[in-house]
Design a protein around this ligand. Structure first.
Ligand code: HMG
Ligand code: MG
Length: 302
């Protein structure tokens, strides 16, 4: 029997997916596999292993099926993956049952322009594409997360009114998703933007259904995470080892908030994460990609 680790927040480690999808050089399969295996030793709750998207659109994710086939999650850890459409879901169902991710993530956005560049359809069209995926996934017993990209700011349309993101959120909840992850895709949200959106959203949705997914372009991701936890009771945070990450269809966006920085901040503020940030740095270091976290710079300067 393992010991129960008390946690105040849940970390969703998105580095194998968001962290790597924008890397130009294809990372060899064996290196990705070792990375994911090492991440399983760090104490993270969930690992987003990859995406069942078109390999023509995101070549780095082309080995997602093989990764799921080759690695089983250790007890207590949940594997998830992005699924953009029914074709993606078919790929999931082709895996042996025990190798399928427990959680599937559909994705849309708060702006048509971004959605067209990312998934080749408008926001309204995306609902028709996502609905059968959610219905099938729920029937088959998967948990379903829905990402809303550019929930605060869009690289093409500018500031997104909170009402627009609320509208998308309500549509997804009507479909039956279990969790909404709000993406600050271009890392542009200020603490005020976060407070404005969460104040509105949490009138309709419970905080335990909401995850936050901050990219760190303007260095606000840690502060925004802390405010979301302390002022709004959000307890699920997406982050990426080493601060790697970015969306190929959101030019200029930096990586996700670094898991080691997020853990360092929360743990030193008395908020239990269950994650060992030193092991996170060790895990991501095997990729040989320059790290972007504050912690890695501190370690590097010693
Ligand atoms: P499309 O071209 O409109 O799709 O792409 P289609 O249905 O017209 O099909 C065209 C071809 O793609 C067909 O093949 C399909 O079989 C194939 P062909 O007949 O030409 O040989 N195809 C697929 N192949 C494999 N897997 C599939 C699949 N679907 C179709 N699932 C599509 C639509 C959504 C597939 C495409 O736009 C796509 O894959 N986009 C990738 C988007 C992506 O991965 N973006 C990055 C992740 S999102 C993100 O980073 C944001 C997030 O982190 C939160 C945040 O930060 O905001 C989550
Ligand atoms: Mg992202």
């Amino acid at each position: 029997m393992g010991t129960t680790v008390i946690k105040d927040i849940k970390i969703v480690e998105v580095s194998p997916r968001d962290g790597l999808q924008n890397e130009k050089e294809i990372i060899p399969f064996d290196k990705k596999k070792s990375f994911i295996e090492k991440l399983m030793e760090t104490g993270v709750d969930e690992i987003e292993v990859g995406s069942f998207v078109s390999p023509k659109w995101v070549p780095q994710m082309q080995d997602t099926d093989k990764l799921f086939f080759s690695i089983l999650p250790k007890d207590g850890i949940k594997f998830s993956a992005l699924v953009p459409n029914m074709k993606g879901l078919e790929r999931v169902m082709e895996l042996p049952p025990q190798h399928r991710p427990k959680k599937l993530a559909v994705f849309t956005a708060s702006s048509d322009t971004f959605n067209l560049k990312n998934i080749n359809c408008t926001v309204e069209e995306s609902f028709d594409r996502i609905r059968p995926v959610v219905e099938f996934a729920k029937r088959e017993g998967f948990e379903v997360r829905a990402y809303i990209s550019v929930a605060f700011w869009c690289p093409y349309e500018g500031k997104i009114p909170p009402e627009k993101t609320l509208y998308v959120c309500e549509k997804l909840i009507e479909m039956g998703v279990d969790e909404i992850s709000l993406g600050d895709t271009i890392g542009r949200a200020s603490p005020k933007d976060v407070s404005d959106l969460l104040s509105l959203l949490l009138k309709k949705i419970k905080p335990n259904m909401v995850a936050l997914h901050f990219h760190n372009t303007y260095g606000m991701a840690l502060l925004n995470s802390f405010i979301a936890f302390r002022d709004f009771g959000i307890t699920t945070f997406d982050s990426s080892a080493g601060g790697l990450g970015g969306c190929p269809f959101a030019p200029g966006a930096a990586g996700n908030v670094a898991t080691e920085d997020l853990v360092f901040m929360f743990e030193n503020s008395g908020v239990k994460t269950g994650v060992n940030w030193k092991k996170i740095v060790e895990a991501v270091s095997i990729l040989g990609i320059p790290l972007r976290s504050v912690i890695s710079k501190v370690l590097g300067s010693r």
